[in-house]
Design a protein around this ligand. Structure first.
Ligand SMILES: NC(=O)c1ccc[n+]([C@@H]2O[C@H](COP(=O)([O-])OP(=O)(O)OC[C@H]3O[C@@H](n4cnc5c(N)ncnc54)[C@H](OP(=O)(O)O)[C@@H]3O)[C@@H](O)[C@H]2O)c1
Length: 308
């Protein structure tokens, strides 16, 4: 394991107002010069970032105009994601936007491209390894309202990250994030709200719906090591917490904490299990530190301390 030192570094985070990137940007800004690039449709999040010392640069990845982004950036953390349901806009932002941005920042020492385990072709309860077949994981039978462009955009963006690594010689890590959560929300937060509202939670008929939750603390801690593993051609690694748990398990636990029973609706119109093999991640970062029960309890306490 080798970590880069981010102390005093100049870091560009794309999508800094996002669920994953906001706590990460604020943590990094304590010890580094952090620039955040987004359209800043969420002004409250922008104000929070600025109060935490993040330099906010307004820019649209679809337009691909990055004139205000300084060129002397050491590390780029690409966490922006466009999910507009327009194939044209999403490919422009997530794929072309990344390529254009990295052409401008070709002197960077490293790129951490945040991908997703949504790139894997669903395959029951397999723990996916990085070489497994890719596919349209988010294409479910009649779920038109879901995120139709997501998996294919994440695969295409990986291809662009691979390209910029080789074209510009930028050491790159493509980290396939599983299910991030914590005090800034996440999928378990949505399940918590469903439990509280008495709504049934959609789960796949091929139960249980297994994942590797990863807490924001572990995400933040792993970034210097993921950058330390960056290479040309790009390093590709799964990014999840050590324990596999299921939507059924963590929602039931949330229900126990708040005194309400979690209920489930089984169907084929929801995502299937995506649990991951973490052998490669452990070689880079070592084990995760926050157990899912602890992290979920902290999340419930953060949002609904009165109910615990
Ligand atoms: N959340 C999850 O459960 C999950 C799971 C696996 C992987 N991931 C990956 O983790 C990363 C972060 O996801 P997230 O869920 O935290 O994101 P998010 O909350 O949806 O935030 C997306 C960010 O991207 C920015 N953005 C969107 N369109 C943009 C555009 N056209 N130009 C510039 N910025 C734009 C948004 O700001 P503006 O809208 O203001 O521009 C926002 O800052 C993504 O790569 C995602 O694929 C997430």
């Amino acid at each position: 394991m080798s970590a880069v030192s981010l102390s005093g570094a100049r870091i560009l985070v794309t999508g800094p107002t996002g669920q994953v990137a906001k706590p990460l940007s604020l943590a990094l800004a304590k010890d580094a010069t952090v620039f955040g690039l987004a359209r800043f449709t969420n002004q409250a999040a922008k104000a929070e970032l600025e109060a935490g010392g993040v330099h906010c640069i307004t820019g649209d990845l679809v337009a691909g105009a990055f004139d205000d982004v300084p060129t002397d950036i050491d590390y780029v953390l690409n966490l922006a994601i466009a999910k507009t349901r327009s194939w044209d806009k999403d490919l422009a932002a997530n794929v072309e936007g990344l390529g254009l941005l990295m052409s401008r920042l070709r002197n960077a020492k490293g790129l951490l491209h945040c991908s997703s385990t949504a790139v894997y072709q669903a395959n029951g309860h397999r723990k996916f390894v990085e070489t497994d077949p890719l596919g349209d994981n988010h294409r479910v039978p009649s779920m038109e309202a879901f995120m139709p462009t997501y998996s294919i955009n994440k695969i295409a963006a990986e291809a662009m990250a691979r390209y910029v690594a080789r074209e510009h010689g930028i050491p790159t890590t493509i980290a396939r994030l599983n299910v991030p959560y914590g005090n800034n929300g996440g999928w378990p937060w949505m399940h918590m709200e469903q439990v509280l509202a008495g709504q049934a939670i959609g789960v796949h008929v091929d139960a249980p719906s297994n994942y590797n939750l990863i807490h924001e603390d572990d995400i933040i801690a792993s970034v210097p090591m993921l950058l330390g593993a960056a290479s040309v051609p790009a390093t590709i690694v799964n990014w999840g917490g050590d324990e596999t748990s299921s939507i059924e398990e963590w929602s039931t636990y949330i229900g126990e904490l708040v005194g309400k029973e979690a209920t489930f609706e089984h169907s084929t119109d929801v995502l299937e299990s995506v649990a991951v093999d973490l052998t490669r991640l452990h070689e880079i970062t070592g084990p995760s530190t926050v157990s899912w029960r602890d992290g979920i309890r902290r999340m419930v306490e953060h949002f609904h301390s009165d109910l615990l």
